[in-house]
Ligand binder design. Sequence first.
Ligand SMILES: Nc1ncnc2c1ncn2[C@@H]1O[C@H](COP(=O)(O)OP(=O)(O)OP(=O)(O)O)[C@@H](O)[C@H]1O
Ligand SMILES: [Mg+2]
Length: 278
Amino acid sequence: MNVSMEKQPRMTETVQSAPRGQEAAEQPAVQVSNLGKSFGAVEVLRDIELEISTGEVITLIGPSGSGKSTLIRCMNLLETPSSGTLQVMGETLVQDGKILPKRSQLQEFRAKVGMVFQSFNLFPHLSALENISLAQVHTLGRRRAEADERSAQLLDSVGLGQRMNHMPAHLSGGQQQRVAIARALAMDPDVMLFDEPTSAIDPELRVEVLKVMRDLAQSGMTMAIVTHELKFARMISDQVLFLADGTIVERGTPDELFGAPQHERTHQFLAAIEETKL
Ligand SMILES: Nc1ncnc2c1ncn2[C@@H]1O[C@H](COP(=O)(O)OP(=O)(O)OP(=O)(O)O)[C@@H](O)[C@H]1O
Ligand SMILES: [Mg+2]
């Protein structure tokens, strides 16, 4: 992988996140307290406590089925937590397992918490530019020309300025994912969530997506990332959380978690990943 493994100072200008108010810096961007989630009788998350400060990057790692996707989906209410509290940018969205905003307010909230999935979910009949402009017009009420201008600027910033009019079928997986990232950024989100953004992409094309994410982190965007790219997680994260069986087993800085894991379960997971590389 050619993404520099140096954790660099923030604030490069390549990909811009939205400016934030002064007051936002004083409270966590995301606060999750005592969160639980069950599907029917099956409890898949319990006692989840986590805080993401404004401008912080956290990564969630852990074995398959540990609840990583469910947790990140709870953060933008794609899943409704069964219990606990969720606050985003100071607003309480879930209290004691109940969603507080009205249904009509949810779309606006989701725009503020961008989500990038493993599958890119672009509209196949729209060009890269049109994919990015669509929600700007429909959700934010931007004029078409203004939306297109912003889309073009974002496509440029993710290295796709020459491919604005390409249809998704004529773009590689890595390019499609960069369009999907630009689409989320077009809503001027406060927080960006990523669920295994590179796992459906050919290895040699992943690096371009990882570079865009690195630039975004360095611009000061608040990010939560589920990933199996441990080298990338080590490079980009302020905080790494290891989940197993629906709980956060261990958390720390990348050096703490990868360099000196305290729990046997974390050891086992990291050793298993190392082995698969042999
Ligand atoms: N909609 C659902 N209905 C029922 N069970 C679900 C649903 N979504 C997830 N689960 C279960 O919740 C548990 C956690 O799943 P989740 O997808 O969050 O794990 P994960 O850590 O993201 O795994 P992976 O690394 O494979 O993506 C699993 O046992 C899964 O089968
Ligand atoms: Mg998952």
